[in-house]
Design a protein around this ligand. Structure first.
Ligand SMILES: *Cc1c(COP(=O)(O)O)cnc(C)c1O
Length: 366
């Protein structure tokens, strides 16, 4: 439904038909709709966080470190350890979730008269921020199995000459990963047309695929967006970060708001990074559980897609997506209607949450 705005409100014409982004937040249900890590923070991390907050509380009368240098150093160290790279603070930017990173990129490199392309179905926030920043959005497509046809993509990009190219890998909502060779081809193409390739790696830690950060040395036109919200089990704190060449990071500093990242957020993220491996203890179990959900979906004759992340896209039900979504909710299980008719997405939860999903599934598919 189109929102109705009062005539006295000078809201931009091009925003009048938008409604705020967001999945339903419902209490007292099993929440398998926003791809969070279902496991609570380990006790030693909780204590370390409390201690750290107490130690900085007296200084909260002051603005935080505007450039979040300590946090960015720690993020560089974390990525270097994962990917064998040699990044330092000049290669990293941090913000309130990777959504803010994405917005900062659009503010710096998008805007009126500029184009951005992504390959759908993919993360719906990319076209949303394009729209809010007045950037023209072009939806490229994916194959029937949700992979990207790279040679077609290269032709399309060469014709359109966008400023920004978006690839989400593993892709949300499909779970599909894009190989490092394909990313290299796209990065080369981005360089040729004067674009930046933005690789959204929100789910990278769940996947075995090589990160696009390993391409930064060879291709200066890549921006890699990551988050602590998913595998890192830290969604409530809101920390996302960008990995790129120093020149690109400097461009982000131009469009960021002053003191955008609170001292509490910076401190909390630093503590979490000091406990990076405990924070991600659940990843392997989630991968096993994902495969358990896949077989359960197969057992009732529904289809799910191979996923390198902590969620599954599924189809094969005979009612509408909305009705099936509602049938799960009626059984206390909240999944995601991604507005793609015939498909739904479920986040992998803790084992007992997945049991609840499976028993609802068995009833609904009967
Ligand atoms: C969840 C998600 C994000 C946003 O995460 P933040 O919480 O803002 O860091 C970004 N990209 C994709 C593809 C996501 O699924």
């Amino acid at each position: 439904m189109k929102p109705v705005w009062p005539t006295w409100l000078p809201l931009r014409e091009d925003l009048r038909e938008l409604s705020p982004y967001g999945a339903p937040q419902i209490e007292n249900v099993i929440r398998l709709n926003t791809n969070e890590n279902p496991f609570a923070l380990p006790n030693d991390v909780v204590s370390a966080l409390a201690e750290r907050v107490e130690s900085i509380a007296q200084d909260l009368n002051r603005y935080p470190d505007r450039d979040a240098v300590r946090l960015r150093e720690k993020l560089a160290g974390y990525i270097n350890q994962l990917s064998g790279t040699n990044l330092d603070v000049t290669n990293v930017w941090a913000a309130n979730g990777s959504n803010e990173i994405l917005q900062t990129i659009f503010l710096a490199c998008g805007g009126a008269g500029r184009k951005a392309i992504g390959f759908t179905p993919s993360y719906s926030v990319h076209p949303l921020i394009a729209r809010i920043t007045g950037t023209e959005w072009i939806a490229g497509s994916r194959d029937d199995d949700f992979g990207i046809n790279i040679s077609e993509a290269v032709t399309q990009i060469s014709d359109l000459k966008p400023s920004l190219i978006f690839i989400t890998t593993p892709n949300n909502p499909t779970g599909t990963a894009t190989s490092i060779d394909d990313l290299a081809t796209l990065a080369e193409c981005a360089g040729r047309v004067g674009a930046l390739l933005v690789v959204d790696e929100a789910y990278a830690e769940f996947s075995q695929i090589k990160s696009a950060v390993t391409l930064l040395d060879k291709f200066p036109h890549i921006l890699i967006s990551r988050t602590m919200s998913k595998a890192f089990a830290f969604a409530g704190v809101r920390v996302g970060y960008l990995l790129a060449k120093p020149e690109c990071i400097d461009a982000m500093l131009v469009t960021r708001l002053p003191y955008h990242l609170s001292a509490l957020t910076q401190a909390a993220a630093e503590v979490a990074l000091d406990h990076a491996s405990t924070m991600q203890d659940g990843i392997q179990l989630l991968a096993q559980e994902r495969e358990r959900l896949r077989s359960a979906l197969g057992d009732v004759g529904w289809q799910s897609y191979e996923s390198a992340a902590n969620f599954l896209l599924f189809s094969g039900f005979s009612s509408s997506s909305k009705d099936v979504w509602k049938a799960f909710l009626d059984r206390g299980v909240l999944i995601r209607d991604i507005s793609l008719e015939g498909y739904l997405r479920v986040t992998v939860g803790a084992p007992e949450e997945n049991d609840r999903f499976i028993s609802a599934l068995t009833e609904i598919a009967k």
